[in-house]
Design a protein around this ligand. Sequence first.
Ligand SMILES: Cc1cc2nc3c(=O)[nH]c(=O)nc-3n(C[C@H](O)[C@H](O)[C@H](O)COP(=O)(O)OP(=O)(O)OC[C@H]3O[C@@H](n4cnc5c(N)ncnc54)[C@H](O)[C@@H]3O)c2cc1C
Length: 321
Amino acid sequence: MKNKKALVLGCGVIGLTSGIRLLEEGYEVEIVAANIPPDTTSNVATAYWYPFRVSPPEKVLPWAALTYDKYMELVKIPDIGLGIFNFVQIFDHKVPDPFWKPVVSNFIRVGKDELPPGYVDGYIAPIARIETPIYMDYLIARFKESGGKITKLDKEVENIEEITVNHKLIINCSGLGSGKLFNDKEVFPIRGQLVKTTNPGLRDCINEEEGPLAVSYIVPHGTYCILGGTADDNDWNLEVDPKTSEEILRKCRELDPRLNEAEILGERVGLRPGRTEVRLELEHFSNDLLIIHNYGHGGAGFTLSWGCAEEVLRFAESVCE
Ligand SMILES: Cc1cc2nc3c(=O)[nH]c(=O)nc-3n(C[C@H](O)[C@H](O)[C@H](O)COP(=O)(O)OP(=O)(O)OC[C@H]3O[C@@H](n4cnc5c(N)ncnc54)[C@H](O)[C@@H]3O)c2cc1C
């Protein structure tokens, strides 16, 4: 291709991060999307660096590693919604080291006497926490400051050729929407419900994913906590279920009784863009059209965003002069 010009479909964390990296390498980039922040799944996320419900591990690992390092740099910028906290994962059975251990800077196994009653194994690692509404605003500002343009569409794109009139290179970052748009049967929603509370003094992130309180996690963000959660495959329901919220609170309060003092500030639901595997590849869609697909990040869009954006850039560089 003769010019460095790309149209990104999707304005979640994946589209914005991909767009930023392309702009920074001299591309002319426009984002188009049916929903833009704050009305995206990305804005709903908890969020912390952790490869949850995403595959395959051998590809996820380098993307997660690059993103981990990027957050460790970005955290030095004030007020962009990033911080570092200890991630504490606990188990009611013995577990091997997680596949992502080589990525984190200081991985420590927890002794049995340091664990809550009933738990026999666990580990701690420093990871990034992301206040998604603030961080998404930062991404938008950085994208625009780098010369990018964002257009909100009146409706969802039903056929990709609707938006290709002036573009030969599309970066498809449409998340869950890719299922319908590209008739991709491997895409499915993973419903997640969250409760937001005041923070009664918690500092570490606790995660219990395989034991009696699974799936439970407590994510302290300064003055408030996000409590989760659920991960229900193929559930499209975007309504808050009050019983589920009660259950989330009950389990998280069991994990850390200080939460008995916490006031509820809100509840929310989002659909993670699940897929059997992340799709990150270049497709020669037609004679005139190249599509770089970047979707299906499950519960790990924030965990993989910068690493995947780097790969998008490599694909783009392979076809643009
Ligand atoms: C409850 C919950 C907790 C989570 N916690 C974490 C966490 O702790 N850490 C983490 O890394 N990840 C977490 N995630 C996952 C993370 O939010 C997603 O992986 C990420 O948001 C996916 O980003 P995306 O840009 O692909 O999708 P989205 O944010 O959904 O953006 C998709 C974009 O594509 C547009 N679009 C789609 N289809 C069309 C169409 N046909 N026409 C026009 N536009 C279209 C949409 O309008 C939107 O702009 C969580 C998710 C949920 C729901």
